[in-house]
Design a protein around this ligand. Structure first.
Ligand code: NI
Length: 180
C-alpha cells in the first residue's frame, strides 16, 4: 500500500465552499457522521491486542494507541473552538502541537478505553450543542492564526472527516495484521 494511502485512507481534507457548507441537509449529514463516529472507532479498536495497539498506522507514524488518544484531544479542542465562536466575536483560537501532545506521559499510561469513553461523553455534549445551533450560529467563525477565518459550518465538515480519517487508520492496521 502506498504511503499516501496509509496516511490518508479516506483522502485528504478540503474545506467545502461556503455555499455547500450552509445547506442544512449537508450540515445534518456532517452532524450525523460526528454522532456515529465514536461507535465506529470503538468497533474498529475492539479486540485489538496490546501488540496491535502498538503498531504504527504508517512507517514513522503514530501507533494505534496514540491515534485513539489523539482523537478526543483533537475534538476537545474543536468543541472549545465552537463554544468560543458562539460566545465571543471572532475569537482567535489557540493551535496546539498535536505531535507533542501524543508523546506526553498520559498517552502511554492511560488505557485506550478511557479515551474511547472520554470521546463518548464529549461527543454527547458536542452533538447536543450542534443540534441547538440555528442557521445564524453556523455562520459564526473563529480566527485560526494560520488558516484565517474559519466558519463553524465549514469546521463541522473538518471534524466529520477527521473521525473517519482516524478510524481508517485503525482499520488499515487491523486489515494488515489480519493478513499475516
Ligand atoms: Ni488527527
Amino acid at each position: 500500500m502506498s504511503d499516501e494511502k496509509l496516511k490518508y485512507p479516506i483522502g485528504k481534507f478540503a474545506f467545502p465552499t461556503p455555499e455547500l457548507a450552509s445547506q442544512p441537509v449537508q450540515r445534518e449529514l456532517w452532524i450525523s457522521e460526528i454522532a456515529e463516529a465514536p461507535v465506529k472507532l470503538r468497533a474498529a479498536a475492539a479486540g485489538m491486542t496490546k501488540e496491535q495497539l502498538d503498531i504504527p498506522y504508517r512507517p514513522g507514524g503514530w501507533t494505534v494507541r496514540q491515534v485513539l488518544h489523539h482523537v478526543p484531544e483533537s475534538h476537545m479542542n474543536a468543541y472549545i473552538r465552537f463554544k468560543l465562536a458562539l460566545t465571543e466575536n471572532e475569537p482567535t483560537i489557540k493551535p496546539y502541537d498535536e505531535g507533542a501532545w501524543a508523546k506526553l506521559g498520559d498517552v502511554n499510561e492511560t488505557p485506550v478505553e478511557t479515551s474511547l469513553d472520554l470521546r463518548d461523553s464529549l461527543h454527547e455534549r458536542w452533538i447536543k450543542l450542534l443540534r441547538t445551533m440555528d442557521d445564524a450560529a453556523f455562520l459564526r467563525h473563529f480566527v485560526h492564526p494560520e488558516l484565517g477565518k474559519v466558519r463553524l459550518d465549514q469546521n463541522l465538515s473538518l471534524y466529520a472527516w477527521h473521525g473517519k480519517h482516524h478510524t481508517g487508520h485503525v482499520l488499515s492496521v487491523l486489515n494488515r495484521t489480519a493478513q499475516k
